[in-house]
Structures are given as C-alpha cells and as structure tokens.
Design a protein around this ligand. Structure first.
Ligand code: MRU
Length: 363
C-alpha cells in the first residue's frame, strides 16, 4: 500500500544493506519513522512495545527475529530460547506461535550452518504469503460489498464501520478488514468508512485513518461509543473487523470493544463481517471465551494519551489521577453467533466449525 504515493510493506529487508526494516507505528500518524531490526531483542522489543502490531505482522516480525538470532547461534538451545522469548511478547495473536512453529519446522532438517539461511527464506515466504493472502481476502470481501451495494439506491455510498487497525500496517500488505475496502475503492465502488478511534491506543484514529487518507478512501473518525448510535440511524451498512485469534468454531478474538460493536450490529440487523487469513485460526480451540488468553496491558495506556503538541513535539499527558486503579484488557471475544460471515484468504464461510473446516479441507 502507499505512503506519500510510494509503495511500502510494513516489514521488509533493505536491498542494499540486507537489514530488516519496519515502520515504527508508535510514531504514526505524526511521524513516518523507519527502524532497523538487528537482533532478537530489537525484534522482541518492537512487538512488545507495539512498534509493529496486528496479528499477521507480529508473526512475520517474530519469524524474521528468529532467523536473525539463528545467524548468531544456530544451536537447538538458542532456537528454543529465542522462541520462548518471542512467544512471551504478546499472548493473544495466534499468528505468533504459528509463524515460529513454521520457522522451527523449516530449519529442523537443516545442518547448523544452513539454519539461518533456511529460517530467513521461511520468514520471507511467510511475508510474501501474507501479502498474497490478504489480497485474496480483499477479493472475497469485494464480492460481498458489491452485493451490499446492489441493495442501495444508485450513487449512495456504502457505509462501513471498522474497529482498531486491520489494515496493511497490521499485516505485511493490504490488511485483513481493510483489504476488501481497498479493493472496492479500486473498483470504483462508492464507499465511506466510519473509523472507531479504538481506545486506549487509538489504532483506529492514528493508523486506520492514516492508511485510508493515504489511499484516498473517504472516512470519518468517531469515538468508540458512537457506532451503536449510527447503526440505529441506518448509517452503517456493514461492520468489518479483523481477528487476532479465531477458534475452530468461529468465535473471534479481536481488539477490545469489538464485542460491543457486534452486539450493536446484531440488535440493528447490520451484517458483522470478520476478515482473517486462515493463519489466525487456532484449530485447537472450540471455546474462545474459555480458551483464548487475553493480554492485559499496562495502566499508562489508559491513564495517559499521546499526541502532537502545539509546539510540534510528540507528548504524553495524563488524563486522570495516578491514584485511580486501571484495568486494561486488550482484546475481547465475539461469540460466533454474532458473526455474519468470515472472509478469509480461501473464501467466505459461516462462522461455524463446518464452515471453517470446509475451507481448511480445500487447502
Ligand atoms: O493490539 P493490536 O494493535 O496488535 O491489535 C490489532 C487488532 O486487534 C487487529 O484487529 C487484529 O490483529 C487483526 S488485523 C490483521
């Protein structure tokens, strides 16, 4: 996708230096900073501090971090320790384990001196596949949006609502929930996106709005509590979100607040779509509420807010007293019964065990 008209991925290897690069998302939308990832610790730190975030990008970064570490020490002990370190960075997105398992499996048959190169190949493959899969999600979602548009008066734009950032910055390219939006925009479908700001870290206001603006997609940022009101007034034709982990039965774990949007959508007869690559499915789980670990993040994310001051400096300010305790669960689970369809890289299915199993069987 594009920034200032130039094509970027969210993670790449610089051709001349061979060094891994990321866009530091903690500086967006005010600064566009590219950072180098040079060792295991910088990759783990980038995930932990959310310089990179979003389920597929977390997996891609971890895969590259592991490959870099194997270049330093390719022993089994180093492999296990690096995986352990990377796994503890963020517990909810299942792509992290999925990507690390893939790299582990890829290097297992290789001699020690080939391991780093093999791991790097696999990490590159994971990135390329993710970009392709997200584009495929875009194609599947486009067909749904075309159907929704046919139900509207001619020339009236499709009104979509999204939560958090499930765009190209959350993946390697294209995004999950935003991929169908980009495809529809490219196809000339008139549309407008309501962007939930997504407290506490404001990934909607700072990242989704940034992406949509750069791609020329009409959008409006709203506070998280506005979505229900807009749905009651027929100003939302569909909700589309991403997923950090989807169970084999179709329960969806995504950024905190997603569940409330699903409830409001259900009450108002608004279709609620979840877009995800199959790498975000945890095939071992049947019950999202019982089985998915919900990341609890620090109090500062709730107590403080970051932004650009009048002086042009990036600053953090306190919103309330540090004496008030804070709880900060980062994700919630939307039960499958509230999900209209899952839009995946292998096509669209019902949020049910048989729906997902059908897509998996086709691979
Ligand atoms: O905490 P984050 O910013 O990593 O959360 C991201 C989300 O919840 C996305 O919606 C999710 O990863 C799916 S997007 C590809």
């Amino acid at each position: 996708m594009r920034v200032n008209g130039e094509h970027y991925r969210s993670i790449w290897i610089d051709e001349s230096s061979g060094v891994l690069q990321i866009i530091d998302q903690t500086d967006l939308p005010h600064r566009f900073t590219i950072r180098e990832i040079s060792d295991l610790e910088t990759s783990a730190e980038a995930i932990e501090s959310m310089r990179v975030r979003g389920a597929p990008l977390i997996g891609a970064t971890a895969a590259h971090g592991l490959a870099i570490e194997l270049g330093r020490d390719a022993s089994d002990a180093a492999l296990d320790q690096a995986i352990e370190r990377l796994l503890e960075t963020r517990p909810t997105a299942v792509n992290l384990r999925w990507a690390l398992d893939r790299v582990r499996e890829a290097v297992q048959g290789s001699s020690l001196d080939r391991r780093a190169a093999r791991a790097r190949e696999e990490a590159i493959l994971i990135c390329d596949e993710d970009a392709r899969n997200c584009e495929a999600i875009g194609e599947s979602g486009l067909a749904i949006f075309e159907g929704l548009l046919r139900e509207k008066k001619q020339g009236v734009p499709l009104e979509l609502l999204t939560h958090c950032n499930a765009g190209w910055l959350a993946t390697v390219d294209w995004g999950t929930a935003l991929a169908p939006i980009y495809k529809a925009h490219e196809a000339g479908i008139p549309l407008h996106v309501w962007v939930d700001e997504t407290r506490p870290r404001n990934q909607g206001a700072s990242l989704t709005a940034f992406e949509l603006r750069e791609m020329g997609v009409p959008h409006t940022v709203i506070v998280d509590n506005a979505g229900g009101h807009l749905m009651q007034r027929d100003r939302v034709d569909a909700v589309i979100v991403g997923s950090d982990r989807t169970t084999a039965t179709g329960d969806v774990c995504n950024k905190i607040g997603t569940y409330l949007k699903a409830l409001a959508a259900h009450d108002n007869g608004v279709p609620f779509f979840v877009a995800l690559p199959l790498s975000s499915v945890d095939w071992t789980l049947s019950d999202g509420l019982a089985g998915i670990p919900i990341e609890e993040r620090g109090a500062a994310e709730v107590r403080e807010i970051a932004g650009l001051s009048d002086r042009g400096t990036l600053e953090r300010v306190a919103l309330f007293s540090s004496k008030s305790p804070v709880a900060n669960p980062a994700f919630d689970v939307t039960p499958a019964r509230f999900v209209t369809s899952l839009i995946t890289d292998r096509g669209v299915c019902e949020a049910t065990r048989s729906g997902l199993a059908g897509l998996r069987a086709e691979t």
